[in-house]
Design a protein around this ligand. Structure first.
Ligand code: DQA
Length: 150
C-alpha cells in the first residue's frame, strides 16, 4: 500500500527560521523541522511533502494541489494568517483534513497577530509549542484521518 501523503506548507519568512527572532521562533531551522516531520510521519505510515513560499499565490496553488493529491494538510501561513482572504478561500474549498499551525502563541503577541483570517477553514489550530507543534500537528492529523475513515 502506498503511504498517505501529508502536505506541510510554510508561508513567508519561515525560510529564515533558526536566525529569525529565535527568542520567539526558536533555533531550529526549517530543514531541521522538515527532517523531524519526515521521521515522525514515517513512523505513522505517512509521507510528507514539505514546502515553503514567500508568495501568497504559490501557497494558494499548493493548497489546491494538496486537495487533489494529499490526505491532509498542515499549514503555517506566516503573516498571511492575518491578511489573506485568498488563502482562506483556498482552504475553505479544500475538503481534505486541515490543521493550521503557529510556532508562537499568536494570542500572546501584538494585537494585529491575535486574529487569524484563515483559522476558520481548519479542522483545528496548534500554536505556541515552537517546532514541536509540527509533530503535534502530524499526530492530530493522524487521529483526524482515523476518525474520517472510521
Ligand atoms: C507565525 C506567526 C505569524 O504572526 C508570523 O507572521 C509568522 C509566524 C508563527 O508560526 O508563530 O511568520 O505564523
Amino acid at each position: 500500500m502506498t503511504a498517505k501523503t501529508i502536505f506541510i506548507l510554510n508561508g513567508p519568512n519561515l525560510n529564515l527560521l533558526g536566525a529569525r527572532e529565535p527568542e520567539i521562533y526558536g533555533r531550529d531551522t526549517l530543514a531541521d523541522i522538515e527532517a523531524a516531520c519526515a521521521a515522525a510521519a514515517k513512523a505513522s505510515g505517512f509521507e510528507i511533502d514539505f514546502r515553503q513560499s514567500n508568495t501568497e499565490g504559490t501557497l494558494v496553488d499548493w493548497v489546491q494541489e494538496a486537495d487533489t493529491k494529499a490526505a491532509g494538510l498542515i499549514i503555517n501561513p506566516g503573516a498571511y494568517t492575518h491578511t489573506s482572504i485568498a488563502l482562506l478561500d483556498a482552504l475553505t474549498a479544500a475538503t481534505i483534513a486541515k490543521i493550521e499551525l503557529h510556532l508562537s502563541n499568536i494570542h500572546a503577541r501584538e494585537e494585529f497577530r491575535k486574529h487569524s483570517v484563515t483559522a476558520s477553514a481548519a479542522d483545528g489550530v496548534i500554536m505556541g509549542f515552537g517546532a514541536a507543534g509540527y509533530i503535534l500537528a502530524l499526530d492530530a492529523l493522524k487521529s483526524l484521518l482515523e476518525k474520517r475513515s472510521a
